[in-house]
Write a protein that binds this ligand. Structure first.
Ligand code: ADP
Ligand code: ZN
Ligand code: MG
Length: 473
């Protein structure tokens, strides 16, 4: 099996969370009563005209820049024609040969290297309405007797991101997709939730012999709705194709469905059934021609990329790839981490506490006074475990201060403990002699006396060392 190389390219749809839809002023929301967010434009009443959503254009440009894409000087909308009840116009307004963003490159950090994925294009389009098949068992689609259409989703702004066939295993495809999702979410342009359909991924898959020139026939796995299913679907399809070739057969170009329940792959349509969309330019919309000022405005709003931030956590703070990756999951957590380190706490220790005890406490990192939390983390080795956990749990409170918790800190200051140890040794000359004569078990007695004197606040490790030192001196 090892001589086969999988070849994978992804097509990802992301719903933009603009206030209104792509070509009309209907509210762009999910979860409302069906067919209550519609108008003549998104229901395709005769004579209704589309008006382009400027925010969607700006966000596509923003995303394009995050993916290192060239932004087109001139971009066109096309009609993509097909007939289905989820498409009242009989065509989807999409982009064809002049997308808003051209080629780019997206870098995905891995532990010892990086994955570079070519971006072929990013284009804008509108989502279709949502069909739901209900009732019965003998109907044509999923056995259902009736199909219902909810036009609230129809006309939702979408960006489609198409990658080059640069991915060579299911894990890399998942890594890429996860980082892409994080990027989109941090840009603030989509919730990008796979389970809710606001991020949807199709995977194009083929295999070839290692070292072989060119690509073989690909199949397309449609609409997998979790990162895990994407990875498992690709694995199953790669295995199927290898089986076909090794059995002397040929892979057919087709569109497939992966059923995560059974792990089975079934055909949705073959090459012969493929649509001819008869693309032609949308006559009701003008070309999009973003000028330099518009492109620069988006560039200036680009936040630090998750991939860049991850590498910075490794190089600037010396964190391991694993630690950096966990922290990097949340920009707010990274900001808190940086502030704590800035306040003088060791980076590795800060990362540790943040991703373990602090995360477990469920405190909002943006609510925390980093300086106060830094004091608590700094004292972590001298605080009783319970005090430490309680302090972390309250670190997001408006009036949080470290001082009251630090009062529980163990006394480890030798200048303070030294005289105390001396006094106890002086008060027990017989026992000191006995110890020196070889009764080493008496060490515990002296340590115990110091602990008693300090009401348990002394750091027993420090006391132990001090007593030992003074008795041997
Ligand atoms: P189509 O003409 O079928 O739409 P494209 O060339 O536009 O194909 O590519 C669509 C997607 O399929 C892209 O993500 C691309 O990377 C991927 N792809 C193209 N050829 C292959 C192949 N042989 N194996 C795997 N993926 C491929
Ligand atoms: Zn509308
Ligand atoms: Mg194509």
């Amino acid at each position: 099996m090892s001589e086969w190389q999988p070849v994978i390219g992804l097509e990802i749809h992301v719903q933009l969370k603009t206030r209104t839809k792509m070509f009309c002023r209907c509210e762009n929301v999910r979860g409302e009563e069906p067919n209550t967010r519609t108008c003549p434009v998104c229901l395709a009443h005769p004579g209704a005209l589309p008006v382009l959503n400027g925010q969607a254009v700006e966000w596509a440009i923003l995303l394009g820049q995050a993916l290192g894409c060239a932004i087109a000087k001139r971009s066109l909308f096309h009609r993509k024609n097909y007939f289905y009840p989820d498409l009242p116009k009989g065509y989807q307004i999409s982009q064809y040969d002049q997308p808003i963003c051209g080629e780019g490159r997206f870098v995905v950090p891995r532990e010892n290297d990086q994955l570079e994925v070519g971006i072929v294009r990013v284009h804008l389009e509108e989502d279709a309405a949502k069909t739901v098949h209900v009732g019965g068992t003998a109907g044509r689609i999923q056995g259902a007797e009736t199909s219902l259409v909810d036009f609230n989703r129809g006309g939702t702004p979408l960006v489609e991101i198409v990658t080059a066939p640069d991915l060579h295993n299911a894990d890399d495809a998942r890594l890429f997709l996860q980082l892409l999702r994080q990027t989109v979410v941090e840009l603030g342009i989509s919730d990008a939730e796979m389970e809710k359909g606001s991020l949807r991924c199709d995977a194009n898959v083929s295999v070839r012999k290692l070292g072989e020139e060119g690509f073989r026939t690909k199949t397309e796995l449609k609409n997998m709705n979790s990162f895990m299913f994407v990875a498992r679907g690709i694995e199953a399809e790669v295995e199927r194709q290898i089986g076909v070739y090794e059995g002397g057969g040929a892979v057919e170009q087709e569109t497939l469905h992966f059923d995560p329940q059974s792990g089975k792959i079934s055909s949705l349509r073959s090459k012969e059934e493929a649509h001819d969309y008869r693309y032609f330019p949308e006559p009701d919309l003008v070309a999009v021609e973003p000028d330099a000022a518009m492109i620069d405005a988006q560039a200036s709003q680009l936040p630090e990329q998750p991939a860049t931030r991850l590498r910075r956590l490794e190089t600037t703070f010396g964190l391991s790839f694993y630690d950096a990756q966990v922290l990097n999951g949340s920009p707010a957590m990274v900001a808190l981490f940086e502030a704590i380190v800035e306040a003088g706490v060791d980076a590795k220790a800060s990362a540790n506490v943040l991703q373990n005890q602090f995360s477990a406490a469920g405190v909002d990192p943006t609510a925390v006074d980093a300086g106060e939390l830094a004091k608590v983390i700094e004292a972590r080795e001298t605080l009783p475990r319970e005090t430490f956990t309680t302090a972390l749990a309250h670190s997001g409170d408006a009036d949080f201060a470290a001082a009251p918790y630090l009062e529980d800190a163990a006394v480890s200051d030798t200048a303070e403990l030294g005289p105390l140890v001396d006094a106890i040794l002086e008060a027990n000359p017989d026992l000191v002699n006995a110890f020196r004569a070889g009764i080493e078990g008496l060490l515990g007695f002296f340590v115990g006396q110091v602990m008693k004197e300090t009401q348990g606040k002394a750091d027993p490790r420090v006391v132990n060392e001090l007593v030992r030192e003074k008795l041997s001196g």
